[in-house]
Write a protein that binds this ligand. Sequence first.
Ligand SMILES: NC(=O)c1ccc[n+]([C@@H]2O[C@H](COP(=O)([O-])OP(=O)(O)OC[C@H]3O[C@@H](n4cnc5c(N)ncnc54)[C@H](O)[C@@H]3O)[C@@H](O)[C@H]2O)c1
Ligand SMILES: O=C(O)C(=O)C[C@]1(C(=O)O)C=C[C@@H](O)C=C1
Length: 411
Amino acid sequence: MGNTSGRAGGGEHRHAVRRVTVIGTGLIGTSIALALRARDVDVTLSDPDPSSLRLACDLGAGRPLDESADPSAAPADVAVVAAPPAVVPAVLRRAQDRGLAHVYTDVASVKASVLAEAERLGCDMATFVPGHPMGGREKQGPGAARADLFLGRSWALCPTGKADPETVAAVAEVARLCGADPLVLDAGVHDRAVALVSHAPHVAASAVAARLVSGDAAALTLAGQGVRDVTRVAGGDPAMWTEILTHNAAPVADVLYAVAADLAATADALRGAAEEAGTGGSDANTAVAGGAAPVPGTEGAGRPPVGAEVLAPVRDLLERGRAGHGRIPGKHGTVRLPEYTVIPVVIPDEPGTLGRLFASAAAAGVNIEDVRIEHTPGLPLGVAQLHVLPEAVDAFVRALAADGWSVHPGA
Ligand SMILES: NC(=O)c1ccc[n+]([C@@H]2O[C@H](COP(=O)([O-])OP(=O)(O)OC[C@H]3O[C@@H](n4cnc5c(N)ncnc54)[C@H](O)[C@@H]3O)[C@@H](O)[C@H]2O)c1
Ligand SMILES: O=C(O)C(=O)C[C@]1(C(=O)O)C=C[C@@H](O)C=C1
């Protein structure tokens, strides 16, 4: 990105942010509000969907904005518009007209189109600093919100040049209060960057996941962590993602053509290898249902190995893939998240099991910080992966074992 980007002033222009209004209490708005509440910021909330607003308030994300009062009498320091990209400019314009805050930002996943429309609608660009926190989930709504969603993540800020440094500093402070690292960059540069690191990967994940729709049930039973990792984001909301992709269409298309070319070259090479090895078949489900097929490039089938030059494009993609993966900065940047120890517990797949397990934890005085359940369809057992603080592990394992649980520390 050369000199078109930079970390937002690290203290030079620190701005005290004490009152924030969040407009749109879905996943991102509520996560921001929860993070700000944890730093004692006074947060007011607004959403056209009363059930989202109520749930956000019940989660402790803030109190409802009094829509009947005149907000310009006591404007918030910052208003955060956390609505879908297409409505952000109109919501911003209305918030500015009402005088809700001194400074405004948004969180939309695309920036150039939002900026252009905000200008077209006559929004005040001197008080608007477009933003995009690079943390999220494949779930929607306030129920999925987490105060730690942005810890150690970059938070893009794309000021137009009309906003003064104090205004940019106020929004950078919101990002910092959420535990993120603000990064100032041009909107077009931002959109090309997220096409590469977020939007095209989302489409690629969906393309892989879409193959599973017609996948044989027997094949899906073999799903392990690999396919879960590769397709996690494909669980996102299709309506929201269609909007995001449409707003960043050209940069995403560029990346997808390159991905498609790599996939096509790899498929051609593998088809060539299969033909050379005389194994020909092309249906993944047939391969699973019909037993083991000879692996091209090995001597196992009693045929000569497939030539290295036939497989060169495959190897080349795998090498470049590993190199690209290695360039992704550490998941949480320089921020250290609490380290939890994972305690696997084998649990029967029957009603009430988790309740009893949590009751055992509570009786032992141990807080379960997070829980994941691994469960193979059709099996009567699953594994609950309980995340606890390291200092609680010994007492916890003893207590669970004493209660008769099949507990497997270190497994
Ligand atoms: N989901 C992610 O991982 C992620 C990450 C970073 C940024 N974003 C961006 O955050 C924004 C919100 O996404 P989300 O995932 O929180 O979606 P969400 O569906 O969880 O929440 C969107 C909220 O906006 C509200 N809303 C709709 N129209 C509105 C309007 N006119 N005025 C005010 N509120 C309105 C909805 O009622 C809903 O509560 C989007 O712009 C998205 O691009 C999403
Ligand atoms: O982690 C996820 O689930 C996300 O999809 C988050 C993610 C991303 O691609 O990193 C998705 C869209 C956003 O605009 C920002 C972040």
